[in-house]
Design a binder for this molecule. Sequence first.
Ligand SMILES: C[S@@+](CC[C@H](N)C(=O)[O-])C[C@H]1O[C@@H](n2cnc3c(N)ncnc32)[C@H](O)[C@@H]1O
Length: 236
Amino acid sequence: MDDATHSVTPGAREVTRPAFTFKVRRRGLSPKRQREFDEWITKWGIDRNGPVLDWNEVFGPNREPNRGVVLDIGFGHGESTIQMAQSQPHLDVIGVEVHDPGVVTVLDAIENVPLPHVRVVHGDLVAFLRRVGPLSLTAVRIFFPDPWKKTRQHHRRLVHEDVTAALVDRLVLGGELHLATDIKDYAALMQRVCDADPRLTGGIVDRPPDRPLTRFEQRGLNEGRPPTDLRYTRTA
Ligand SMILES: C[S@@+](CC[C@H](N)C(=O)[O-])C[C@H]1O[C@@H](n2cnc3c(N)ncnc32)[C@H](O)[C@@H]1O
């Protein structure tokens, strides 16, 4: 099914971006890992295209209907997704990532840890957002999105007004948007965009101890770039 087949639910904005927010990488999986990927994605994957999702259908018939759902965007190698899913078993998690090695790492954890309250979207968040209804997410996490450091690349940054507004449409009242970056001007952009959304209240916070250290964050620390965390609550 093609990306444009389904129109968005009223109350939840659609995003169209002329350029991808991620780098297209060609690193493949070993034949064994590819077989595991193919088997597990059919069990635990959500197609990025399709109609608006019902969380009770996504997470199974025995799900308590009032469980919160977290959208974990661009999870990379999955360290924080896996660790937070283990430490917060009361929250259902949808992780979105384009790159196969990270996707299969999280699928492996779902299958073998196990983490039956986690699902994976293998694809672009911008397309998948059409499947997420308004007021349906308890939290959105974007940790260390691709920095796109050069000024001419800034339009590729994930956190701009369009994506932020579309994400806030989908947060419940009281829901949280948690962002982190180690790029100073990206943190300033995040703060500017979030402060300008009248539905959000919050700002820069100390690094939360419950946000796991990932290899991306460690690399930034090694290179002298401490992280900035921003936490906003949807209050209107
Ligand atoms: C720098 S890595 C950070 C990974 C992880 N969040 C961490 O803190 O270690 C950013 C990740 O976001 C993913 N990404 C960027 N844009 C995306 C999009 N539109 N949809 C899904 N994933 C995306 C990239 O593929 C990349 O793996």
